[in-house]
Design a protein around this ligand. Sequence first.
Ligand code: N01
Length: 538
Amino acid sequence: MSERIEALIIGAGFAGMYLLHRMRGLGIPAQALEAGDGVGGTWYWNRYPGARCDVESMQYSYAFSEELQQEWNWSERFAGQPEILRYANHVADRLDLRRDISFKTRATAARFDEASEAWEVETDTGRRITARHLILATGCLSSARLPDIPGIRDFAGKIYHTGQWPHEGVDFTGQRVAVIGTGSSAIQAIPVIAKEAARLTVFQRTPNFSIPSRNGPMTAEYAQSWKQDYAKKRAAARQMRTGILYHLSQIPAMSVSETERRAEYEARWAAGGTAFMAAFSDLLTNKEANDTAADFVREKIRGLVKNPEVAEILAPKNHPIGTKRICVDTAYYETFNLPHVTLVDVHKSPITRITSTGVEAGGQTHAVDSIVFATGFDAMTGTILAIDIHGRDGVSMRDVWADGPRTHLGLMVAGFPNLFLITGPGSPSVLSNMIVSIEQHVDWVSDALAHLRAQGLSTMETTLTAQEDWVAHVNEVAHRTLYPQANSWYMGANIPGKPQLFMPYVGGVGTYRKICEEIAAKGYPGFSFGAARRAAAE
Ligand code: N01
């Protein structure tokens, strides 16, 4: 027997929680399904040592409620995972969200029924739910990926993935530990694991650029400088390229002298954080400009790492800086100066297999007690396609996206009526402050549902033409930048066999918001609507 609900939300991370709140405000009966046994999404799963947000705490929080943003106090400039998860739980309590969330319940399939104009959703608990609207708040980095290295099952020690970390934590004291991968997660975890482990061996295939975070305790003055002016600051952040308020230079890098450029890089390096990439206006569009920033960071790495051979392996040379997600760290490079930390260049000597005792690379077995896979995610599409979704005429989302994701605005897919994506491919999503982009999408979808109600309409879907135009625009804008030059997860390059195309929209949060707002204001051109059949029959 199928339960009925008007709006079914998949996921109770920051997107799912805000959606529930908005649906209640609109009087739309809604429920959320959540695979975990708590709220928080990415911050629920990614409990690895050192996990921390690289957007400043004062900006990485909901802006929709003045009470919430005034009453919560952050303890650090960049909040760690436990504190962000506490914040998510605080919001869930404060807004009494849990009563409409089914935890430990994963959506496995969804089929659009043309006759009833509703989605029939199946779950791994056997529950079946019929919903007029299906909203995928499934996150962009929620399908953790173990690489296909032979022998993983033979390993006699413990295996961990940073994206599915045990809730009780892991004590590495006295252990020989391997970390495979050197992306954002590894770069945060490695210095913390190194403090506990007896030996740490890091297996790096591709080095990444990392900027020091300069994290520290939150000061009352800094917190107050935001709180006294939150509305204005949040409004300004929404117009920024990344949805983060920081000084974005309008000056091209090559228009100033080398001395001035260096001074700017030094100042940003000293200040810490991702704002380094905003030092000049063209770092992501002009290779010559980008090279100056990349050279600067490579020089810093060579200065921080005492062994010149190790420094050279850590200094990225195969992609422009920023075209893979820039990392932010606390003493990452310095960790390689510790006598018990070893770097293995698996680009030169690939990992051939995992044996019962360790990791085999370049003909040598590195004996370890535990292996930490910091090997990332099937990003942006993995979690959506893990649900067997069928739209009009039984068409499968997996087939429609066989050559890569196609969406209109990252919000809807042609042929899938009343199915909305939050921060889907084709929207700024992972290139932005996720909470800013989540709030914008949730508000847009909520307004769309309010429009349907007000107009007595039952279905909304994007037209194929509007979708294809948007896909072309997303591609065109991406190719005006240096981003496609990197084999990044933005391109799907980390998953063998995944179609390679640039998935997020690089046009910027402010520009994108304006496009979405204009579409809504003009009555949703590019979308088609169906009149409520029941209403028509009555
Ligand atoms: O994953 P990744 P992540 N053999 O895909 C390597 C966000 N995030 O979890 O580049 C050897 O970036 C792989 O090597 P290569 C953020 O958006 C944010 O670290 O494919 N190595 C790479 O080094 C981030 O970008 C925060 O050659 C293998 C690593 O594993 C995103 O999450 C913190 C391999 C994977 O790096 C994902 O980051 C953490 C193999 N077979 C994460 N397979 C903050 O807010 C993969 N690798 C700070």
